[in-house]
Design a protein around this ligand. Structure first.
Ligand SMILES: *[C@@H]1O[C@H](CO)[C@@H](O)[C@H](O)[C@H]1NC(C)=O
Ligand SMILES: *[C@@H]1O[C@H](CO)[C@@H](O)[C@H](O)[C@H]1NC(C)=O
Ligand SMILES: *[C@@H]1O[C@H](CO)[C@@H](O)[C@H](O)[C@H]1NC(C)=O
Ligand SMILES: *[C@@H]1O[C@H](CO)[C@@H](O)[C@H](O)[C@H]1NC(C)=O
Ligand SMILES: *[C@@H]1O[C@H](CO)[C@@H](O)[C@H](O)[C@H]1NC(C)=O
Ligand SMILES: *[C@@H]1O[C@H](CO)[C@@H](O)[C@H](O)[C@H]1NC(C)=O
Ligand SMILES: [Fe+2]
Length: 433
């Protein structure tokens, strides 16, 4: 009997007609690196044109401008080979700092209307970020607060440091659809910038590569962009772990990273944008009580492959990276300025004023079905603060010398449970000596 009922339940699934659905959904923004433009990405389940109608606000919202783009067909790697169309349209000739209203789709079906503010131009402004990793469909504890704050205009950019949905490929990528719908009320208003995490691994990161639209030409795997007085580098720690998708990706990314760091270090660039900030999923250091790379054994991201090839700690240190943002551990941990397990405080009284090594923040507690990760009982002597609450980090890059970071606890109703000023009069490797 059980088998019979199972069969009955399975049949409609197996024989269901292909969905015909042209209504735009899963609308999200990403920054292109150019303050006069913004990219809109969304999904339909049948082919449809890709249009965005938009205009400045305030004013009569009759959508006087129109931009067009194109859709790529994405076939998920699961048994059902579900097919969807990912639409990408770049809005251009925007006025930096100007507010816009838009909707997307085509005359076959339009999304609701959403709003965004084009990012400001130049280095002389103070962008505000929300930073977190490891947010899923189930138990996304910080999401409500993030939705409210994003819609109130508290952030210029969101940084999601890997691990989405848990997992986007599951249930033939319906979990990915559900996640992208869930973040729409953040990501349709504020550019949502990403890097891949281990939960995106399935089918060679295909859900990640297809659903997001980061700058550059690596299908969102590694890229960099400028904002205010910072140059932000997003990369994949996962190339070090999933060699089955191509061991050469480690070298490819490393070569790109070094070239990008060299370019950012040219006096004319570093002078304008002295802050070098990296974001990657798996941290080089952590003190969680689990079997991860950073606790169970020596971090591959930190030291690279055997023989210290493609080691990232040395690379980032060499170019004077100021701040390294990580996730993966479901907790918040702030480290003292650190290189090779040695603490290089600016001074005992003010460790983050003119620190002599990069500062690491691990912020992976936005909320997911895997819950929080506890810490080992004894803090390491390089670990400054450890917080096991759901929450996320806020970051503001005030100017060329000052960055402010604070940790929001969602468990404690939005209370700020940690904060620091990172102050640097000097940037680059010279700052270490
Ligand atoms: C949109 O509204 C403005 C202001 O009322 C008007 O000047 C313009 O002609 C309208 N455009 C369209 C396409 O209706
Ligand atoms: C942005 O700033 C740069 C340098 O300050 C300037 O050359 C450029 O014209 C500005 N672009 C816009 C759209 O304001
Ligand atoms: C995985 O994807 C990357 C990025 O598109 C590509 O360079 C690589 O060749 C792919 N690997 C395999 C095994 O298909
Ligand atoms: C760094 O500064 C912190 C805070 O003052 C202090 O607790 C720690 O011992 C310092 N570490 C070193 C190596 O000076
Ligand atoms: C931190 O701990 C390590 C390993 O236990 C030790 O070698 C090092 O001397 C300690 N550093 C400080 C500043 O106490
Ligand atoms: C940078 O921002 C900090 C904090 O607001 C402020 O104290 C400092 O004066 C600013 N520096 C410059 C050069 O504006
Ligand atoms: Fe992870």
């Amino acid at each position: 009997m059980v088998g019979f009922f199972c069969l009955l339940l399975m049949l409609p699934e197996l024989h269901s007609a292909p969905t015909v659905w042209i209504q735009p959904e899963q609308v999200h923004l990403s920054y292109t690196g150019d303050p006069t433009s913004m990219k809109v990405t969304w999904t339909t389940f049948s082919p449809a044109p890709s249009m965005v109608e938009f205009q400045k606000v305030p004013g009569v919202e009759n959508f006087t401008e129109c931009a067009t783009g194109k859709a790529t067909k994405f076939v998920d790697g699961g048994l059902q080979q579900r097919t969807m169309y990912i639409h990408r349209v770049e809005l251009t000739r925007l006025v930096p700092g100007q507010g816009y209203v838009y909707h997307c789709g085509s005359n076959l079906g339009w999304s609701p209307k959403f709003y965004f503010v084009a990012l400001k131009n130049g280095s002389d402004w103070s962008p505000r970020f929300s930073v977190f990793g490891d947010m899923g469909n189930e138990n996304p504890q910080s999401l409500g607060r993030l939705q409210k704050e994003a819609q109130r205009g508290m952030y210029d950019v969101i940084l999601h440091v890997g691990d989405f949905a848990y997992d986007m490929d599951e249930d033939n990528a319906r979990i990915g659809d559900a996640f992208m719908r869930q973040i729409e009320s953040v990501a349709a208003y504020v550019p949502y910038m990403t890097c891949p995490g281990n939960h995106e691994e399935k089918y060679n990161f295909s859900n990640y590569r297809n659903r997001f639209s980061m700058p550059g030409n690596t299908e969102s795997l590694w890229y960099s962009w400028d904002i205010g007085s910072a140059h932000i580098i997003s990369f994949s720690t996962e190339v070090y772990f999933y060699l089955k998708y191509g061991p050469d990706l480690i070298r490819e990314q490393y070569v790109w990273l070094e070239r990008d760091l060299q370019e950012a270090s040219k006096p004319e660039n570093r002078g304008q944008r002295p802050w070098l900030i990296t974001m990657g999923h798996r941290p080089m250091y952590c003190s969680n009580n689990d079997k991860d790379d950073c606790t169970d054994h020596e971090s591959v991201v930190r030291l690279g492959l055997p023989g210290h090839v493609f080691a990232l700690e040395d690379l980032f240190y060499k170019y004077g990276v100021d701040l390294e943002l990580w996730a993966h551990e479901h907790s918040y941990e702030r480290l003292w300025p650190l290189y090779d397990y040695k603490v290089f405080n600016g001074s005992i009284e003010a460790p983050y004023t003119n620190p002599r090594a990069p500062v690491h923040i691990i912020t992976g507690s936005a909320g997911c079905r895997e819950m929080l990760d506890p810490f080992v009982p004894e803090p390491r002597n390089w670990s400054a603060v450890r917080i096991e609450d759901y929450g996320y980090t806020r970051m503001q890059i005030l100017n060329k010398t000052h960055i402010y970071l604070e940790q929001v606890s969602d468990d404690q109703d939005g209370r700020i449970v940690d904060n620091i000023w990172l102050i640097k009069e000097k940037h680059g490797p010279e700052a270490w000596h």
